[in-house]
Design a protein around this ligand. Structure first.
Ligand code: GUN
Ligand code: ZN
Length: 431
């Protein structure tokens, strides 16, 4: 009796970066492929016939024509904003004050935090998202809630206490010292436990005093294996506000750089309106730029420069930015990334979109050796996509001449119905 399972379908893996080589050549597609999983790991991949013959003991799960690929990696979310997703009509600062801060205030209540954390992980599993990097709230309880929920699901996630000591309402501010102390204690409690990692999380320069930014820069220097996440250059009026608040700063990025908050393991959400110096420094240190396209159109922030950033070799991940983003779905997020790129007249290939939602995001987290691809040795986080999940999509994909033409309608029009199954850590969580 063994727990090994052999998942059959069309397998999609990446051998190279489709922004650096011809997109179709970067991907490896097996029409009748198989993935052998056991003990939470991918043991082997290959053609179905060979794999069945080599592993007669494995339990077979046959997904027919469905596509098996790595689970989606959402590189920037705010799980506490689950309940205020799709709130109408504001730009960033108003949106934070009107919708976000009142909701985040509620997460000092552990029971409420547990409820939303569970809801959020259930919703995202239905969409095929297996790893996410989440902001929490200023309350350590909100971090305990999401890590506890993820741990019970065997899920690899990254999260951190959001630090804010100014420009936030009463009840939603910490201090430089308490942000340092609480974050440090949470690192000790959670970082490296099972599949959990901690991200040091100053929300953004407007809500952290220089003292708090310095304290968190110091903490990062003490824990360089932690990721650090924040927001950068999302809206033009936000940038003006930041530069007014930090008159000595050369640009927005400098408000992080000056305090030790620029590094290879830094994740900078949005990064839309960048100055040449900022782009050069981000590239030099190899930081992660996280593209949140549904958020950028929903809140009216601007158009990320995917092509030129990729051309200069930046490390880019893809994200929903729940709940500034208007969807939990990484399929919908890929569609929005395509649309944003179209508005810049630089269309993205379906292979590039799939890569961004898996490997690209995993690379930005420095976890590409663990998640984001279908290959032996990787963790068994797998999504199974039905390329004919609705009549609308089926009538289009049935005409497709190749796998990319078959996948693209699901990227553009698909939702949770396209996710036939989600496997996390070798366990079926949807399907
Ligand atoms: N900038 C600072 N905080 C936030 C947030 O919660 N969402 C978005 N989209 N931008 C931010
Ligand atoms: Zn965000």
């Amino acid at each position: 009796m063994t727990a090994a399972k052999l998942l059959l379908g069309q397998t999609l893996a990446f051998d190279a970066n489709p922004f650096e080589t011809e997109p179709e050549k970067a991907a490896r597609v097996e029409r009748r492929g198989a993935v052998l999983i056991d003990g939470g790991k991918i043991i082997a991949t290959g053609p179905s016939d060979t794999m069945r013959a080599a592993h007669p003991e494995a339990e077979v799960v046959d997904y027919g024509d469905a596509v098996l690929c790595a689970g989606f990696v959402d590189a920037h979310v705010h799980y506490p904003q689950t309940g205020i997703v799709a709130s109408w009509g504001k730009r960033l600062i108003d949106w934070l004050n009107s919708y976000t801060f009142p909701e985040e205030m509620r997460f000092g209540d552990r029971a409420y935090a547990d409820e939303i954390a569970g809801t959020y992980l259930d919703l995202t599993a239905r969409h095929g998202t297996t790893t996410m990097v989440s902001y929490c709230t200023i309350h350590p309880e909100s971090v305990d809630a999401i890590f506890t929920a993820a741990q019970s699901r065997g899920q690899r996630i990254v999260a951190g206490k959001t630090c804010m000591d100014r420009n936030a309402p009463d009840g939603l501010r910490d201090t430089a010292q308490s942000a340092y102390d609480d974050s440090k204690a949470l690192i000790g409690k959670w970082h490296g436990q099972a599949r959990l990692s901690y991200a040091i999380t100053p929300r953004f320069s407007p809500t952290s005093s220089p003292e708090q930014l310095r304290a968190l820069g110091d903490l990062w220097a003490e824990h360089p294996d932690c990721l650090m996440q924040t927001h950068l250059s999302e809206q033009t009026d936000e940038i003006e506000w930041v530069l007014g608040m930090f008159p000595e700063a050369r640009d927005y990025l400098d408000t992080y750089e000056a305090f030790g908050l620029l590094g290879e393991k830094g994740l900078y959400g949005h990064a839309i309106h960048l100055e040449p110096r900022e782009r050069a420094r981000l590239h030099e240190v190899g930081a992660g730029l996280i593209h949140c396209p549904t958020s950028n159109t929903f809140i009216g922030s601007g158009l990320f420069e995917m092509q030129s950033l990729m051309d200069e070799g930046q490390r880019v991940g893809l994200a929903t930015d729940t709940g500034g983003g208007s969807s939990f779905s990484m399929l919908r997020t890929m569609a929005a990334a395509y649309e944003v790129a179209q508005l810049r007249h630089t269309p993205l290939h379906a292979a590039q979109l799939m890569w961004l939602a898996t490997q690209g995001s995993a690379r930005s987290l420095h976890m590409e050796d663990k998640i984001g691809n279908l290959a032996a040795g990787m963790e068994a986080d797998i999504v199974v996509l039905n390329l004919a999940s609705t009549p609308d999509i089926a009538q289009r994909s049935s005409r497709a001449d190749d796998i990319w033409e078959a996948i693209f309608p699901t990227i553009m029009m698909g939702d949770d119905r396209a996710v036939k199954a989600t496997w996390i850590n070798g366990q079926l969580v949807k399907g």
